[in-house]
Design a protein around this ligand. Sequence first.
Ligand code: SAM
Length: 321
Amino acid sequence: MTDDDRTRTVRQYRRFAEVEAVDTSPLYAELAAAVAGDEELLDFLLALPAPKRQPNLLFAAVTFLHGTPRGPAELRGRVRDDGERVRATMLARFTQTNEPGRCAALVTALGAVEGPVGLIEVGSAAGLCLYPDRYSYDFDGRFVGRRSAVHLTCSTTGPVPVPDDVPEVVARVGVDRNPLDPADAGDQAWLRALIWPGPSEGARLDRLAAAAELAAQEPPTVLRGDLVDRLPEALALLPAGCTPVVFHTAVLMYLERARREEFVALVRSLEVRWIAQEMPGVLPGAAGSVGAPGRFVLALDGRPLAVTAPHGGRIDWLTGG
Ligand SMILES: C[S@@+](CC[C@H](N)C(=O)[O-])C[C@H]1O[C@@H](n2cnc3c(N)ncnc32)[C@H](O)[C@@H]1O
C-alpha cells in the first residue's frame, strides 16, 4: 500500500460524496465524506485489492449484512465489529447495480433502429435492462407501451424522440463476467443492497422486484465471461432477420482504457447498431467528450444523443442529438 493509494481512495470517496451521491443519496454522501476522513476505515479499504475499494461496494456489503447504516458512527461500528464478513462480501461480490429505469433512455435510442431487433447487452448483471419492450413508459405525460408492472416515469428536456411504441424484440442475449440470477433470493438481496438510500429508494426497490419477477419468467440467454471475448459468440446467437443491437449501460468504467478502445473497435467492426449509456469521459471517441459530472451520456453508434440521470428518470436531449 502506498501514499498514492491512500490519496486515490480519499479522492474516490470525496468524489462519490460531492458528485455521485450528493443529489440522490444524502446519507451515502455523508458516509462517503466520513470515510474519506477516517484513517481506520481507509486502512480497512487499503487492505483490499484496488478494484474492491469502491464506495458502492463497501456500502452495499454493510447493507447486505446489517441493513443500511444510519450514519458514519454505525458504519464504523459495523466495519470494526464485523470486518471479516464485510471484507469477504466485498471480495466475493461486485458492483452490479441493475437498474431497469435505464430502459427509458434505451427506448428513445431504439426508436431510430429498424426492427425487429435482437438485443445483446454486455455487462447485463441480472439482465433487467434486456426487457425494454415489456416495460411501459411515461415521458412527461406521453405514454409508451401497454401498462406494465415495471412502469418508468421519465422527465425530459429538448426534442426527445419519444417513440410511438416499444421496440419489437425477438431475441435477448446478455454477456457478463458474473451473471446474476433474477430468480435467486441471494442475488436479489444483493441487488437490493446496491440500491442507494434516498428519495427514490422505494420506487427503485419496487421496480427491481417487478423486473426480476418478469425476467425470472422469461430468462434471457446469458454468456459468462468478458464482454470483448464473448461478444462475437453472443452475436452468433441472434436469429436471422433482426437488426442486431449491442448495448451497455454503466459498464465500460470497469474496463481499463485500452480494453474500452478494443471493445469499441470490435463493435465498430461488426454489422450492428450500438447504444451506450455511460459516464462522461468513459466512452472512447466523440461521445466521451460530452456530459456533465454525475450524469450519463446516451450515444447511438458513437454519436452522443442525450445526457441522462444515472439511475433513470431524466433525459436531456442534446441540440442536434
Ligand atoms: C453496474 S452493473 C450495470 C448492469 C446493467 N448494465 C444496468 O445498467 O443495469 C455493471 C455490470 O458489468 C459487468 N462487467 C464489468 N466488467 C465486465 C467485463 N469486462 N465483461 C463482462 N461484464 C462486465 C459487471 O459484472 C456488472 O454486472
